[in-house]
Design a protein around this ligand. Structure first.
Ligand SMILES: [Zn+2]
Length: 234
């Protein structure tokens, strides 16, 4: 079985776990990797036999500690390559993901360390996803989705935008909603349209599916404290 395939599975499972926690179902993996459930089921069996996944009947799978280390290795390579492409080779934010998906399977640990040093140990990739450090400790996942984090009238800083869907990412980049931007939620309609105002005063209507890809941290001076607010200083 090619290493690329194993790494893609582990990375996909890691991503799903870091958003919603384990267990991860076969259908979630199938959707993320655009494979049939039958293909995923047999691959999951192989990965479990190798000690990279543990299975819970009818519930799904979870990365074992060995599986998580292997996943973090490839996530680290992916995010450092994305940063390298954006900063050193002038790739657009919308272009780096696919290129990194291809390259991540073919670079050495030494190459990865040199890229990291060249970029002066970045904490996050161009989308704001945290880069696991060389010791492969789990990076702190920062930010909460826009609507969960901010009430209308509240402001926050964009810490991460999901790079899963290139069209969504392009929309967000065009609207200047990228990591570091301050946004204020102006209104949320009953059917999920979220109007936000950016730093420059521009207003954008984000469909629910787009708003869900934007992760923010509430500004300290934002009014009305919300329960369950995630703290972070990354
Ligand atoms: Zn990516």
């Amino acid at each position: 079985m090619p290493t690329d395939t194993v790494e893609d599975y582990l990375k996909a499972i890691y991503r799903i776990e870091s958003r919603g926690g384990p267990p991860v179902s076969t259908s979630q993996i199938a959707e993320a990797l655009e494979k049939t459930p039958a293909t995923v089921t047999s691959m999951v069996e192989t990965l479990a036999d190798r000690g990279l996944l543990s299975r819970e009947k009818y519930k799904g799978v979870e990365l074992t500690p060995a599986g998580e280390v292997a996943a973090l290795e490839v996530v680290r390579r992916h995010r450092l390559i994305e940063s390298f492409l954006a900063e050193q080779l002038d790739y657009e934010p919308t272009e780096v993901h696919d290129e990194a998906d291809a390259l991540e399977h073919h670079v050495s640990e030494e190459f990865t360390r040199r890229v990291e040093r060249l970029l002066d140990y970045p904490a996050a990739d161009p989308h704001g996803d945290p880069i696991p450090p060389a010791d492969l400790s789990t990076p702190e996942d920062s930010g909460t989705t826009l609507v969960a984090a901010l009430e209308p009238g509240e402001r926050g800083t964009v810490v991460r935008v999901s790079d899963r869907d290139p069209d969504v990412l392009e929309f967000l980049v065009d609207a200047d909603i990228t990591p570091g931007t301050t946004v204020e939620v102006v209104e949320v309609t009953s059917f999920g349209l979220v109007t936000v105002r950016t730093d420059g005063g521009d207003e954008h209507g984000l469909p629910e599916a787009v708003a869900d890809r934007v992760y923010v941290r509430r500004a300290a001076d934002s009014t009305a404290a919300t329960d369950g607010q995630e703290a972070g200083d990354a």
